[in-house]
Write a protein that binds this ligand. Structure first.
Ligand code: AHG
Ligand code: MN
Ligand code: MN
Ligand code: MN
Length: 335
């Protein structure tokens, strides 16, 4: 009989990895798991319940808020508050940080940056979407967390990071600094079960993932790299295959399993890139590096960028080590 390790069992077994953790981190991740199951339930009923489509409001990003954006934001917020271990949260759907005053939360050891529903444009067309989270220890001593001190920590300070992918199965993938592990939701018992221990990003691959609709305004190095991917050269396994889902979590997850590179450069509509540093690029960069991959903004490691704004956007090049290094070569040479 195959031994099943649930997320909760795994967290407790690995609790010793978190410096000074005495159960708080385990409780935090447990509540994230509960919220993920609730969002899974709504994503899988979408169409049967009133969860599709727009709310009719615009979020701080200037995007039409989807009902599932709002539902996921509230669900994760409620669970993080209930955990009592988190004193504040920054999410894509809230202009400012949300501070948890009540009860224990006020002195919670952790702060979280979160994209509650990633890939919103794919919700109504039944394509995989995700949730992304990034966990830091608070630096300010007690009381209300401070944006500058607690939320503008560089990605290297993350205690943990992870994502949920709501796809053909629902998986929770996370790292706490000692490798990356993937858990698949077994709906028959309502538990995330270890299915992908010690995930490794293949050093190279044949997939490049970019929205070529923005080609005209890409940096020259990116344009040259795309043509490089399309040239025939059997010795380097080219031409590559183009795959673009439009949900960062889904494109990233596929590349981590199969090998590949994801590129979101600066474009005319997003001159510093579209993806947000705090709750998309940093958590994915932590996971990329922890699984043997790379993540840069075209000049430096994503994790070393000093944040200056909650919704700051940066270019993102991430995935297989050798492929990201090749992109870097083109960006540097054609700069
Ligand atoms: P979100 O739905 O959380 O706003 O994120 C969408 C992001 C990301 O998931 C994806 O990689 C990217 O937007 C796709 O952007 P384009 O549609 O411009 O390619
Ligand atoms: Mn997103
Ligand atoms: Mn989102
Ligand atoms: Mn959005």
């Amino acid at each position: 009989m195959h031994k099943v390790t649930t997320l909760n069992q795994f967290i407790i077994e690995r609790q010793a990895e978190i410096p000074g953790a005495t159960g708080e981190f385990s409780r935090l991740l447990h509540h994230i798991g509960i919220a993920a199951k609730k969002v899974h339930r709504e994503v899988n009923k979408a169409g049967l319940v009133d969860i599709l489509g727009k709310v009719g409001s615009i979020n701080v990003q200037g995007e039409d808020q989807q009902k599932l954006d709002v539902y996921a934001d509230k669900t994760f917020m409620d669970e993080l508050r209930a955990s009592g271990e988190c004193c504040g949260v920054a999410t894509e759907e809230n202009q400012d940080i949300v501070v948890f005053e009540e009860g224990l939360s006020k002195d919670g050891k952790y702060i979280i940056c979160m994209d509650p529903l990633d890939g919103s444009s794919n919700i109504d067309v039944n394509v995989s979407v995700g949730t992304i989270f990034s966990i830091y220890k608070r630096i300010s001593p007690i009381g209300e967390p401070l944006v500058m001190e607690d939320f503008f920590q560089p990605g290297t300070e993350q205690v943990a990071a992870g994502y949920v992918i709501y796809g053909s199965s629902t998986m929770l993938v996370y790292t706490s600094g000692n490798g990356v592990n993937g858990f698949t939701l077994d709906t028959s018992i309502g538990e995330f079960c270890l299915s992908h221990p010690n995930m490794q990003t293949p050093e190279s691959g044949k997939i490049y993932s970019i929205n070529e609709g923005n080609y005209v305004n890409f940096p020259v190095g990116v344009k040259k790299y795309i043509k490089y991917c399309q040239e025939k050269d059997e010795s380097t396994n080219r031409p590559y295959t183009s795959r673009y889902i439009g949900s960062l979590v889904a494109d990233f997850h596929r590349n981590m399993l199969k090998g590949g590179v994801f590129l979101y450069p600066q474009t005319s509509s997003h001159p510093t890139g579209k993806l947000r540093l705090l709750y998309e690029c940093n958590p994915m960069a932590f996971i990329a590096e922890q699984s043997g991959g790379l993540a840069t903004d075209g000049e430096q490691r994503i994790l070393e960028i000093k944040p200056e704004a909650l919704h700051q956007r940066v270019p993102l090049y991430t995935g297989s080590k050798k492929m990201v290094q090749k992109v870097q070569e083109f960006l540097t040479f054609f700069n």
